[in-house]
Structures are given as structure tokens and as C-alpha cells.
Ligand binder design. Structure first.
Ligand SMILES: *Cc1c(COP(=O)(O)O)cnc(C)c1O
Length: 370
């Protein structure tokens, strides 16, 4: 049997200064968390998002943990989280000793349904995590309005949405604080890595303190609080800076991929639902995601298997939090359950060619029409 070329779900592209900057780290011996690339990456990321501060860290999960802890979220507190997300959004709340309280998705963007938030708020609620799922921004005005009414913090989980915009404002600059991931399959990558953006001075200082083991910046090796070692290395930041310099190219490639899918798949709208981009949104299209119509003869999982046989890697939409063992509830979340049962992520990355997208689309058409 010949080895067939797989079209991968995700693939990073390093076509800028990444390699040169990493070599510079090694040549200069600045490979740990000191060094100029950490500062440069933070500065340029803040500028890109339009925020005063960007604080780098080890990954997107600890970015969330630092943001929540710096906001003072702790035992006994509750934080509103969409049930349809990656588990890190909920786990970070748990790491603080607080409890994630889940809200259903809304059917068009699949993001947290603002209409479902208020019913979950009580005296213990401290914050709302708005996850820009698969790159589509959350309806932030609706979330911010509820947060203001109830005196809650808003944390943007922008791990999947670098460069997405809500009403012409970059994600990461809208809530009290925002978190990004640079894992290998994200919009841009540092291997493992994360970033926190904010305009709040006190919060920035608290986050830097907690990230660096809790060490007093004015008095080295004096630790007024218990912190963490959640720092990013100079080598990761060097890769990140190289990626960030081409950020608009990365997002443009994904948007072109989405346009090409839209064109190729529009004739299949009797069997699939295509993702929506709201008029107020610039979708980053981290993962181009389709839903199988309930009337389709084969299951979503069967389609994934058949596409794999055709050399196409896809992935089911995230399992909602409320069905996973750590967060299991008997309650139903109708929209999230529906999306999770019918959705699959198609290959979405800057290396995809028009020929790849045509082949993927033809394969989907073939399996859904037989
Ligand atoms: C990837 C991701 C994270 C966590 O990022 P890591 O860098 O993998 O720790 C958090 N939230 C969401 C929505 C993500 O997709």
C-alpha cells in the first residue's frame, strides 16, 4: 500500500524572521526568560491588539489562570463559562478554587449565548469568560452590558482568535483582560506559549508578580506572595515575534481559505451548514467548521472516517464541558449539544492550496451525496 499524502488539519508556517531570531538567541546565549525578544514580542503584541500591556507566559492555559488569580478569583467564587469551548477555559477557573458555571451556545456564531447568562448569575458570580470560538468574536456589547449591570469582570479567551475584530476593535482589547495561546496549531505559534493583554496598570503588575514566582520587583529574592513559574522563554518570544511581524498575512491566508471553502461548499447547503460571519465581525477563521444537516444519511463520525481514508484530517467540534467527567451535569444545553454532535473542523491553515480545498470539498460532496 502506498503512503498517501495526508492534508493536515493544522500546520504552522515560518516564513519570516523566526529562524534568524532564534539563532540570534542561541548565538547571544539569551535562551531563558531574560532577553530582548520577550520584551519586543510583548510590546508588539500589545500594539497589535491596541492595548497598553501584553504579558507573555508559558501557554494559553496559564494565561487564563494568571488573569483569573490577578482579578482575585478564588474559592467560593463562580465564573460564567460557555459550555462549548476547549477545556482550558473551565480548568483555569478550577485551578483558582472557583467554580465554572456553564452557559449554552447561541446558534449562529456558536459562542456563549448572552441571553443565557443572566439566569446563571448569583451573589457568588465574579466574572464572565467570553471565548471567541474558532475565531469568531463574541457579541461583546451584550456581554459587557450584563457584566456592568452585575459588576462582573470580563475575561476574553482569545486563544483561537488573534486578529479577529468586533465592531472594528481587535479582540483582546475589549474586556478587562484577555488571554491568547501560541500552541502549534493556533493562529500564530511559539510552540507552546501564551499572552495576556490589558489596559489596567494594577492588573498588569499583579500578573507579572504571579508569573515570576511572586518575587518583589524592587527586592530580588523577596517573595511577598506565592506565585508561579509561568514565564515564556526568549526563544519562544523570538519565534513569536517573527510570526507576529506577518500576522496580517497569516490571518489573510485563513480568510482566503474560508472564502475558497465558501465557494466550493455553497452547492452543498442542502446537506451542511456553513459558518456565519456576522456583519459586525471580522472572523479569524482559526478553524473552518461545518455542521452536517440532521437529515444527512451518514453520521458526522462516519464522515470523519471516510475523509481520513481520502487523506483528509478533520476533527469533531469540542465536546461541551457539561458532558465531560470533571464537569458532568444532568442539565441539557440544547444548542451546544446540537453543534457538538453535527460539527467538524476542516483543514484550516496558511499552507492549504486552492487544489487542496477543491479536493476536500469534492470529497465531502461525494460522501454526503451517495
Ligand atoms: C488552545 C486554547 C486554550 C489554551 O491554550 P494552551 O496554549 O493550549 O494552553 C484556551 N482556550 C481556548 C479556547 C483554546 O482553544
Amino acid at each position: 500500500m502506498s503512503e498517501k499524502r495526508m492534508i493536515p488539519l493544522a500546520s504552522p508556517v515560518f516564513n519570516g524572521n523566526e529562524k534568524q531570531y532564534v539563532l540570534d538567541c542561541i548565538d547571544s546565549t539569551w535562551i531563558s526568560s531574560g532577553g530582548k525578544y520577550v520584551q519586543a514580542f510583548e510590546r508588539q503584541f500589545a500594539d497589535y491588539c491596541g492595548t497598553q500591556y501584553a504579558i507573555s507566559c508559558a501557554n494559553g492555559t496559564v494565561a487564563l489562570h494568571l488573569a483569573l488569580e490577578a482579578l482575585g478569583i478564588g474559592p467560593g467564587d463562580e465564573v460564567i463559562v460557555p459550555t462549548l469551548t476547549y477545556i482550558a477555559s473551565a480548568n483555569a477557573v478550577t485551578y483558582c478554587g472557583a467554580t465554572p458555571v456553564f452557559v449554552d451556545a447561541e446558534p449562529e456564531t456558536w459562542n456563549i449565548d448572552p441571553d443565557g447568562i443572566e439566569a446563571k448569575i448569583n451573589g457568588r458570580t465574579k466574572a464572565i469568560i467570553a471565548v471567541h470560538l474558532y475565531g469568531h468574536p463574541v457579541d461583546m456589547d451584550a456581554v459587557q452590558f450584563i457584566a456592568a449591570e452585575h459588576n462582573l469582570y470580563v475575561i476574553e479567551d482569545a486563544a483561537e482568535a488573534h486578529g479577529a475584530e468586533y465592531k472594528n476593535q481587535r479582540v483582546g482589547s475589549i474586556g478587562d483582560v484577555a488571554c491568547f495561546s501560541f500552541f502549534g496549531n493556533k493562529m500564530i505559534t511559539t510552540g507552546e506559549g501564551g499572552m495576556i493583554t490589558t489596559n489596567n496598570d494594577a492588573l498588569q503588575q499583579k500578573i507579572v508578580l504571579l508569573r515570576g514566582q511572586g518575587m518583589d520587583p524592587e527586592n530580588k529574592y523577596w517573595f511577598p506572595v506565592i506565585g508561579y513559574n509561568y514565564r515564556m522563554t526568549n526563544m519562544q518570544a523570538a519565534i513569536g515575534l517573527g510570526q507576529l511581524e506577518n500576522m496580517e498575512w497569516h490571518i489573510q491566508c485563513r480568510r482566503e481559505v474560508a472564502t475558497a471553502y465558501q465557494e466550493q461548499l455553497s452547492s452543498l447547503m442542502h446537506v451542511i451548514d456553513l459558518p456565519v460571519e456576522q456583519t459586525w465581525a471580522r472572523h479569524a477563521y482559526w478553524m473552518y467548521t461545518i455542521l452536517l444537516k440532521p437529515s444527512v444519511a451518514i453520521s458526522r463520525d462516519e464522515l470523519i472516517r471516510r475523509l481520513k481514508d481520502d487523506g483528509i484530517e478533520t476533527r469533531p467540534v469540542f465536546y461541551p464541558m457539561h458532558i465531560l467527567p470533571p464537569y458532568k451535569e444532568s442539565a441539557q444545553y440544547a444548542t451546544a449539544d446540537d453543534i457538538a454532535s453535527r460539527g467538524l473542523n476542516l483543514p484550516s491553515h496558511a499552507r492549504l492550496t486552492p487544489g487542496d480545498i477543491k479536493a476536500i470539498s469534492e470529497s465531502i460532496a461525494y460522501h454526503l451525496n451517495d
